[in-house]
Design a protein around this ligand. Structure first.
Ligand code: ATP
Ligand code: MG
Length: 567
């Protein structure tokens, strides 16, 4: 393609909305263009990358004997009522009504559709196992769409759903997808880690997330170098340090005027924050009640673990207001698990501690020397967020922490949807039994931006060759110079019939301007036709290393052809 015919829309400055490098670069390189919050249009270079990523995913899915279909984004309410998720999914679901008052949603995910499809179309157990997938646009009305394609309200997902006769079958299908995802993200050049994950809204049990490692990642991972345990902090468990064996002291009410936070209280009373417990009150709108959650003072509460413990939904859980706290005969900043008038959930670590500082549910007062079982009670569960230094639940060694971008997740759904939606097959005993399901998602557009996050420098994007919008660009210093134009055209014509995807920059612009554009866009190879054009000598620039070498036109062509043929 000739540059003069292309839609090149590079920008000197990124719009203010962009806060992270990959978002800035996608906008500046003219790969995407914002439409409204969390919704983007894909421009020519971005679309080419997107197609290449999709094709790599497609090749690997096909190789794993998955079957591609394409479903509508528009989904009727009835199927969501059948699965029970119409009421449960929360405000992220984009709901709409047609002119006949019939309700629909724009699919945030497709379990309902694929389960109904399998129920209708898979007639014989001979067709099992079956893994159906699609690459399709999803809608989620995210509270905070941000970071460009990382968290959009419209995004492209590859979603797959496996149907098996039994648990053993699901185990194999799941493992196959784990391996397929590993191949996909490896081919895409991502530095990634697979970690144990919570199952969230999707349900079922048993899940892994694939995390592209990055400091800007919204997910936190803890991992153990020693035994290989790795988990999203939402899911991660830890090995508890053995219980306090100190003597239980007498419970005392002490005055703590205006000391609300753990820092304030522990410094006021001169106790280690580790010997305090904090009590957080939540309003659970799903079950319409207030609950108290207690974790060690220096810890963070893991909201996902609380959601699971109380069988609620993340979207329906909010910190209680001061008035709500007062309604429990407690006081903001002084909440505690003793005698509070709501259900109490106590982290297992707090349950084995002795002589702890807790709020007294009375303005300006705390208790000292409180112990679980003697002074307060509650449902004991795991509520804490694991962090670096906590002990590995498998081998007991201290764990490390990293940040990651969740680019994919796989789940064992088991019979959650097939039972609810009567997706069954007739087994050898002639009985109707539910198919055993798994589901497997890749955030295609999020993956695209994650590649940029991992492959860029101060000049722009450095696309890996196999996903680059074009492999090579020919840049004559001056296109009006006869020798330079002739040589550029000659190289262009030599590369066009090969596998090399090539651009000829025939624009009448300053060389510096052209170089900057292609460095920003991130084309892996640049062939510069300059003052030695008459001798058939060009400069070959490698975008990844920024190295330049003078080579003959034949050498330049060979080097690029070889690189592309070896992808
Ligand atoms: P997150 O925790 O980041 O909100 P999720 O766990 O809700 O994501 P899944 O339901 O597992 O997402 O969807 C499969 C994949 O789709 C995710 O692993 C992620 O890569 C991608 N994805 C999810 N939500 C978005 C979004 N709002 N924008 C872009 N990609 C997304
Ligand atoms: Mg997920």
């Amino acid at each position: 393609m000739k540059a003069s015919r292309m839609l090149i829309s590079t920008l000197k400055e990124a719009p203010n909305e962009a806060k992270i490098d990959s978002h800035v670069l996608l906008l500046r390189a003219g790969m995407i263009k914002n439409l409204v919050a969390g919704v983007y249009n894909y421009l020519p270079f971005g679309l080419r990358v997107l197609n290449k990523i999709e094709n790599i995913i497609r090749e690997e899915m096909d190789d794993a004997e998955c079957v591609e279909i394409l479903c509508s984004a528009l989904q009727p309410k009835e199927l969501w009522v059948e699965s029970g998720r119409w009421a449960k999914y929360g405000p992220e679901l984009m709901r709409l009504t047609d002119r006949h008052e019939r309700e629909f949603c724009l699919g945030p995910t497709h379990e309902e559709i694929f389960t109904s499809m399998a129920r209708d179309l898979i007639k014989s157990p001979k067709n099992l196992p079956m893994n159906l997938y699609q690459i399709q646009t999803k809608y989620r009305d995210e509270v905070r769409p941000r970071f460009g394609l990382m968290r959009g309200r419209e995004f492209i997902m590859k979603d797959a759903y496996s149907f098996d006769k039994d648990e053993a079958g699901l185990e194999i299908s799941y493992q196959k997808m784990y391996e397929t995802y590993t191949k996909i993200f490896t081919r895409l050049g991502l530095h990634f880690q697979a970690v144990l994950a919570d199952t969230g809204n999707i349900g079922g049990n048993g899940s892994h997330q694939f995390m592209a490692l990055s400091d800007i990642g919204e997910s936190e991972i803890v991992y153990c170098d020693d035994c290989g345990y790795a988990a999203d902090v939402e899911k991660a468990t830890i090995k508890l340090v053995s219980a306090d064996n100190e003597e239980e002291l007498e419970l005392k009410l002490v005055e703590t005027p205006n000391q609300r936070t753990i820092e304030e209280v522990s410094s006021f009373l001169s106790v280690d924050p580790k010997k305090t417990a904090k009590t957080l009150i939540y309003h659970d709108y799903q079950n319409n009640k207030l609950v108290a959650a207690v974790v060690r003072g220096d810890r963070e509460l893991n909201v996902i673990k609380l959601v699971n413990a109380i069988d609620s939904n993340e979207n329906y859980l909010e910190l209680a207001t001061h008035e709500e706290i007062n309604s429990l005969d407690s006081a903001h900043g002084f909440c505690g698990p003793k005698d509070i008038k709501c259900e109490v959930y106590v982290d297992e670590e707090v349950a084995q501690m002795k002589n702890v500082v807790i709020g007294a549910n009375k303005l300006n007062y705390h208790y000292i020397n409180a112990s679980f079982g003697r002074d307060f009670n509650g449902t004991v569960c795991d509520l804490k967020k694991a962090t670096a230094g906590d002990l590995c639940p498998c081998c007991g060694k201290p764990m490390k922490q990293n940040r990651g971008i969740e680019v994919g997740q796989i789940f064992k759904l088991q019979t959650k949807y097939s039972e609810a939606m009567k997706c069954t097959y007739v087994n050898e005993q002639g009985k109707n039994v539910p198919m055993v399901m798994g589901c497997y998602g890749i955030g295609v557009t999020r993956t695209l931006q994650s590649i940029v996050e991992q492959y860029h420098d101060e000049f722009g994007i450095k696309w890996p060759l196999n996903v680059a919008p074009y492999h090579a660009v020919i840049v004559p210093i001056n296109y009006n110079d006869e020798a330079q134009q002739a040589l550029s055209l000659e190289i262009y014509k030599a590369l066009k019939p090969t596998n090399v995807e090539v651009v000829l920059d025939d624009r009448n612009a300053k060389p510096g301007f052209k170089f900057k554009d292609w460095e920003l866009i991130g084309i892996p190879y640049m062939i510069v036709c300059g003052k030695r054009a008459q001798e058939d000598i060009v400069e070959l620039k490698n975008r990844h290393t920024m190295e330049k070498v003078e080579v003959t036109k034949e050498e330049a062509i060979e080097i690029i052809k070889n690189a592309v043929n070896n992808i």
